[in-house]
Write a protein that binds this ligand. Structure first.
Ligand code: AMP
Length: 286
């Protein structure tokens, strides 16, 4: 695997591959890679001739009081994970390489989809994400780009942005990879104690329960929420969720009554980290 540090050398590699009639897959990450990231890489390697992983902790998606400087990093292990997954190129740019004129005066925002849920909790977060993904799409050029359903709101917003801004990029969503106890894998899980890690399985348990209720025909979002909160209240190591949103799987609009293709999305703090998770469900009510 080749490790690059500059945009120019990375573009040259991708251009050469495309000039030879071959396809490019792009997997944007913030590093500290785990099997969730590796599943995106493996999908890209299966679908494309060359896979580029980007490994960049993007400062503009962290608010001043968030964990930017403490965000976990381990480049040696990241290199191993990428190599194991069959990745061809890993781009590890500096902040100066990505933002040569700091601060950037240009910001990409995606209306509506970035307002609720994580956007309400972290008001500047999605502008940072949309802007850096725009830059990565400009670096990646024509390609398929792989994102996890773990960050479901992010995935919906990037799908929409790719259409709105005519990027020559096919956005592909990949299923959530979990620990044995159902906890969604995340770089931030490293902050959990062993007891917290066990307790955090309540996120998955509550989502499975929600999906069962919805698939059995429950149409009242508050009834679903209450049933989920009862499970959280029985688990003292996990706080009550910051939000539990029951939304249309594509538009992310709140559903009341619950019907059609549904996504239940939540975020809850457990010790230090906030944990995100979600589940899909099909209501019998069209
Ligand atoms: P991050 O490094 O946290 O920015 O994540 C990079 C990409 O990996 C994003 O598209 C995430 O949605 C995806 N990802 C993170 N965790 C998981 C997981 N447990 N399963 C599937 N994809 C994931």
């Amino acid at each position: 695997m080749k490790i690059t540090h500059t945009i120019n050398e990375t573009r040259a590699l991708l251009d050469a591959v495309r000039a030879a009639g071959q396809s490019v897959g792009l997997v944007p990450t913030m590093g500290f890679l785990h099997d969730g990231h590796a599943s995106l890489m493996r999908q890209s390697v299966a679908d494309n001739d060359l896979t580029l992983v980007t490994n960049f902790v993007n400062p503009t998606q962290f608010a001043a009081d968030e964990d930017l400087s403490a965000y976990p990093r381990d480049l040696a292990r990241d290199t191993e994970v990428c190599e194991q997954a069959g990745v061809d190129v890993m781009l590890v740019p500096s902040v100066e390489e990505m933002y040569p004129l700091w601060p950037s005066l240009t910001t990409v925002t995606v209306d509506q989809l970035s307002l609720g849920m994580e956007g309400a909790e972290r008001p500047t977060h999605f502008a940072g994400v949309a802007t850096v993904v725009t830059k990565l799409f400009n670096i990646g050029g024509r390609c398929r780009a792989y994102f996890g359903e773990k960050d479901y709101q992010q995935l919906a917003l990037i799908r929409r942005m790719a259409v709105d801004l005519s990027f020559p990029v096919e956005v592909i969503g990949c299923p959530i990879v979990r620990e044995d106890n159902g906890l969604a894998m995340s770089s931030r899980n490293v902050y959990l104690s062993a007891e917290e890690r066990d307790a955090a399985s309540v996120l998955r348990g509550s989502l499975l329960h929600a999906a069962e209720l919805i698939e059995a025909g429950e149409q009242d979002p508050d009834a679903v929420r209450t049933a989920m909160l009862n499970l959280f209240d029985a688990e003292p190591l996990v706080e009550r969720p910051d939000y539990i949103q029951i939304v249309n799987a594509d538009s992310l609009e709140d559903l009341d009554p619950v019907r059609g293709s549904v996504r239940v999305i939540l975020a809850a703090r457990c010790g230090k980290p906030r944990l995100l998770d979600n589940i899909g469900a099909r209501s019998p009510h069209g």
